[in-house]
Ligand binder design. Structure first.
Ligand code: TXA
Ligand code: MG
Length: 319
């Protein structure tokens, strides 16, 4: 799709209608429990190309493949090792992506030429129904323009991608609001490449050797997506405690767990860390719509889902 052309984006609540569009080589945004994804048939190289174009995604950033049943995993990977077997048994369907050696039949563009592929079976019911109707696994990055916060409702997808994709399958707002945990299962011990709702603690209960991947200074990142700027609203994101002092006269917003000490234009107090994670990306988009210039985000303890939340906050505040 050349940059200036526009496609008609169909809005539908029918997973059958949405699946027909996939079968004709189209690209369809759909809800999952984490964030909305932008799906294409994993075996259709032209459809995969359309996904990269629609999102303006750098083509060195690999996509995650989604399956509607466990059998389909075998179509995507050359081997399911013991570690992956344990995680699949313990968690799938789940907000968890496992990186495994890729099967040869998957087009190289799906994984940005990596020899591995991320595989996930979402647990959202509409996602599962849609995937089953498609009768094929789908690659699906988050359904936002590259660099923007991931979409947590269909309206956010519409805001970014109307006229750029064939269809939006309209479901509810997502349950978790942060992207899946990505775990590399190809090393000696499992490595968390991206934190998410399936926590380090959850994973260690199943495979105690699981660790968080920390890149040393000169090493290439294991997950290419990690080097790209992410999750950023237009406003400047500032990490803070609720007792921060306001210095500038710019328009400000605050999101966190406790009431801020200062007077702020737009405030979101969350009931729990889960609620904070759930609200973050939508709050970023609200701030952008209102032209907020600075967003103060209260820091949280880096345990459980707090680790994933702090990861997204740090990346949004960096640069
Ligand atoms: O929750 C999610 O995972 C959502 C929903 C739609 O399922 N998808 C999502 O996709 O967040 P995306 O493309 O926005 O993020 C995928 C992340 C990127 O950081 C990418 O680099 C990493 O997963 N990734 C994908 N395949 C990989 C691979 N083979 N090896 C290492 N990292 C990989
Ligand atoms: Mg993304």
């Amino acid at each position: 799709m050349p940059e200036n052309s526009s496609v008609q984006t169909i809005l539908t609540k029918s997973p059958i209608k949405a699946a027909q569009i996939i079968k004709r080589g189209g690209i369809v945004a759909f809800p999952t429990e984490t964030v909305y994804g932008l799906g294409a048939n994993v075996f259709d190289a032209r459809a995969i190309e359309k996904v990269f174009e629609a999102k303006r995604r750098p083509n060195d950033n690999p996509l995650i493949a989604h399956v509607g049943n466990l059998e389909h995993i075998k179509l995507l990977v050359s081997e399911i090792n013991e570690t992956a077997e344990k995680f699949i048994k313990a968690f799938f369907p789940a907000p968890l992506t496992l990186v495994l050696p890729k099967a040869e039949r998957v087009p190289p563009s799906a994984t940005a030429n990596l020899p591995t592929i991320g595989v996930r079976m979402p647990r959202n019911r509409l996602a599962l129904e849609f995937l089953r109707q498609c009768e094929t696994p789908l690659v699906a990055p988050s359904a936002n323009l590259s660099g923007k916060p991931s979409p947590t409702d269909w309206q956010a997808v519409y805001e970014d991608l109307d006229g750029r994709i064939d269809c939006i399958l309209q479901g509810e707002a997502t349950e978790i609001g942060l992207e899946s945990t990505v775990v590399d299962c190809t090393s000696d011990f499992p490595l968390i490449l991206r934190a998410g709702a399936i926590t380090l603690e959850d994973l260690q209960k199943v495979v105690p050797e699981t660790q968080i991947y920390r890149r040393s200074k000169n090493e290439q990142p294991k997950s290419p997506g990690l080097k790209h700027r992410h999750y950023s609203p237009r406003a400047k994101v500032i990490l803070a405690s609720s007792k921060f002092k306001v210095k500038s006269s710019k328009s400000k917003a605050f999101i966190g767990l406790s009431e801020p000490a200062e007077k702020i234009d737009l405030v979101k107090i969350c009931a729990s860390v889960e609620d904070y994670a759930h609200s973050l990306f939508d709050f970023f988009r609200q701030c952008d719509r209102r032209g907020i210039e600075e967003i103060f985000c209260e820091t949280v303890e880096e345990t459980g889902i707090g680790l994933a939340l702090m990861d997204r906050l740090k990346r949004a505040s960096d640069g």
